[in-house]
Ligand binder design. Structure first.
Ligand SMILES: [Zn+2]
Length: 416
């Protein structure tokens, strides 16, 4: 399955370009969120976002995140400023030819959308931007319109325009990468997604079920941003596991274990010092399934069962909340129940619900460092780099032009 990292530029303390009351960071997140939703609904791909909320994230952190995931494509989404109008795209100053091919396809596809609105195509450009330079995979940055141009700003404030723009970007990505169509039945609610659920929606849902329940909703919202997992799903799981904080099972309220971590076979499970620790441990367990091994920078390891979850072979392999069935808990409809019984009542837009099916066996992806039969593209490139035949970094699946091929052959001839 191909991995795509969408990078909504700026966020948190960094607003990006500012125009009156408008902040670039909000437009970027809207476009990325809608693009991720579109791809998840139509294609089979693992979509990751460098942020799913209005959170501060460093440029190096974003690139490192994509590198850690070994993503196939990185697309950074920005809004322009500085007196101008229109759309432009960037690749790194000395981008590999494969990256340029990807960019040309994506750019041309998105440009068709802008042409429909009579918007200027400012062209295909190159720049030494950190997220383009430090990412190991093909990376493209799109500058969508100018926040300080009144006509452009009016378009950015139209939800239908943002939606269509996001669809063209997503479809452009899908065609650029040749994504397969979506596999039906895996899930409907992606866990790594931008949610528009307001904390009060969750609050009202909880109060209606248990007026005496403690209110930890702000902690869920905060952790969702840090762990890049939609908080409403994790909160819904706690409602399921604790019976809306009435408890009643083996786990006692004072353990602050709101997800039944380590509680099975008559074991009362893990205990945490504070509600925040317990909720963070819960997010760390989700993180195993939806992101993989490495925790976000600077977070303390709180979930003692992370390694056990990783050893199931499902680490970083799940995309949808429904897929937790048979993995987090043995019941095949475990994740479906979270969506159907605990999210749908307070989360907008969840209408269709999956039916439980058989749980597939884990299928570990082959190590990209060893494709079998002595075929190891990354190592072969590294060998050529070491001996000076290839100078720049190249992704093993990027394209080679005749000019580059001839250059490598001539370096070989010069040395022999
Ligand atoms: Zn920007």
């Amino acid at each position: 399955m191909q991995r795509i990292v969408l990078d909504p530029g700026h966020g948190g303390e960094d607003p990006g370009a500012v125009s009156g009351q408008y902040r670039e960071k909000h437009f970027n997140l809207q476009v990325a969120g809608a693009a991720a939703r579109y791809i998840n609904e139509r294609y089979s791909a693992a979509v990751h976002l460098t942020r799913i909320t209005d959170i501060t994230a460093g440029l190096g952190e974003r690139a490192a995140y994509a590198n850690e995931l070994r993503a196939n494509l990185f697309v950074s989404l920005h809004t322009n400023a500085g007196g101008g109008t229109g759309f432009e795209s960037y690749v790194y100053t000395s981008a590999a030819s494969g990256t340029q091919v990807y960019r040309d396809r994506l750019h041309d596809y998105v440009a068709r959308f802008y042409a429909l609105h009579g918007i200027r195509d400012r062209g295909k450009k190159k720049a030494n931007f950190l997220v383009l330079r430090e990412t190991n995979m093909s990376a493209v940055l799109l500058e969508n319109l100018f926040i300080d141009n009144n006509n452009d700003l009016a378009l950015l404030n139209r939800p239908d325009f943002i939606q269509q723009l996001s669809e063209y970007i997503s479809e452009g990505i899908a065609q650029t990468l040749g994504l397969d169509k979506r596999i039906e039945g895996t899930g409907i609610v992606p866990a790594r997604a931008v949610t528009t659920t307001e904390p009060d929606q969750a609050r009202q849902f909880l109060k209606a079920k248990n007026p005496a329940a403690p209110d930890y909703i702000d902690i869920y919202v905060k952790m969702g941003g840090i762990y890049r997992i939609r908080w409403d799903a994790v909160f819904a799981q706690s409602c399921k596991e604790t019976g809306f904080w009435k408890f009643g099972g083996l786990v006692r309220p004072e353990q602050y274990n709101f997800a039944g971590l380590g509680s099975f076979d008559g074991n009362e499970g893990a205990s945490f010092k504070t509600p925040e620790d317990g909720i963070e441990a819960q997010f760390q367990h989700w993180h195993v399934y939806f992101h993989g091994g490495k925790l976000p920078t600077g977070r303390p390891e709180l979930d003692a069962r992370r390694n056990a979850a990783l050893s199931t072979g499902w680490g970083g392999k799940l995309n949808y909340v429904e897929e937790l069935g048979g993995k987090w808990a043995p019941a095949p409809d475990y994740g479906i129940s979270i969506v159907r019984d605990y999210m749908a009542p307070f989360v907008d837009g969840i209408s269709a619900v999956l039916q439980p099916g058989p749980v597939p066996e884990p299928q570990p992806e082959p190590d990209p460092g060893d494709n079998g039969g002595g075929w190891n593209p990354a190592a072969e490139i590294a060998r050529l780099q070491k001996d000076g035949f290839v100078v720049n970094d190249h992704a093993p699946d990027s394209f080679v032009t005749w000019g580059e091929f001839a250059t490598v052959l001539n370096r070989l001839r010069d040395q022999s």
